[in-house]
Design a protein around this ligand. Structure first.
Ligand code: PRP
Length: 222
């Protein structure tokens, strides 16, 4: 048997940096999986190990998490559903963790509503070009020009770069402060646990146990 899959094998987690990782560590801690070192903000270390549980953890940029998981560098990943959809990697989505709730929306000035109704060829700015393309082409059957941005996407309509944007809306305050609004909802979002398909087979028992324990904890917390 491949030595990667014996009893001594580490179960490796890739966590999306930031709030998502912190919340995930909180949940893992609640079910008895701890990783003290990882909480130390001053540390520049990249990989953290829990020798007792034979688990490893690393923090990665959100959009890289599905890459690490698909290619087997991590068995398990935690990342926003926005990233799961945008990256469209070959991974299993095993659990909706229920936190990080927000919405993917088409937003713009109220005047852009017309453009959506009449299926006009419009410009759409987004950090999520694949989600935007899928929504307009496959769901709305509307031909659009997609412009990829890397952040502060709300600027798009404000500086006449685009007619609308496809972006995450959480509290709605960024939109409000910039005179924009939600025009259509693409889908609801939250944090998801994803698993490498080979790990799913080879580490079935450990992964199933992990998912069950987290699910039980989340149910209790409801
Ligand atoms: C996200 C998103 C919106 C904002 C939505 O941006 O892209 O801009 O948060 O939150 P709100 O509805 O609560 O105002 P983020 O802060 O991640 O930075 P970015 O604009 O650089 O992507």
């Amino acid at each position: 048997m491949d030595s990667k899959f014996n009893d001594e094998r580490y179960l490796t987690f890739a966590l999306g940096k930031g709030r998502l990782a912190n919340k995930t560590l909180d949940i893992l801690e609640q079910i008895g999986i701890t990783c003290e070192e990882m909480r130390d903000k001053s540390s520049r270390k990249l990989i953290f190990v829990n020798e007792e549980l034979k688990m490893k953890f690393f923090l990665a940029k959100g959009p890289d998490v599905p890459t690490y998981v698909e290619l087997g560098s991590a068995d398990v990943g935690v990342v926003g559903y926005d990233t799961v959809l945008e990256e469209n990697r070959n991974v299993y989505e095993v659990l909706d963790l229920g936190f990080g709730k927000c919405r993917m929306c088409v937003c713009g000035p109220a005047s852009a509503k017309e453009l959506l109704l009449h299926h006009e060829r419009i410009r759409v700015a987004s950090k999520y070009p694949n989600i935007a393309k899928d929504y307009f082409y496959n769901k709305k059957h509307q031909t659009v020009d997609i412009i990829k941005l890397n952040g502060s996407v709300e600027l798009g309509p404000l500086v006449q770069l685009s007619d609308v944007i496809v972006d995450i809306v959480e509290t709605g305050s960024t939109l409000k402060e910039n005179g924009l609004e939600v025009l259509e909802e693409v889908c609801p979002l939250s944090a998801r646990m994803i698993v490498n398909p080979v790990s799913m087979q080879m580490e079935k028992a450990r992964i199933r146990d992990l998912v069950l324990r987290i699910r039980e904890y989340l149910e209790k917390e409801k």
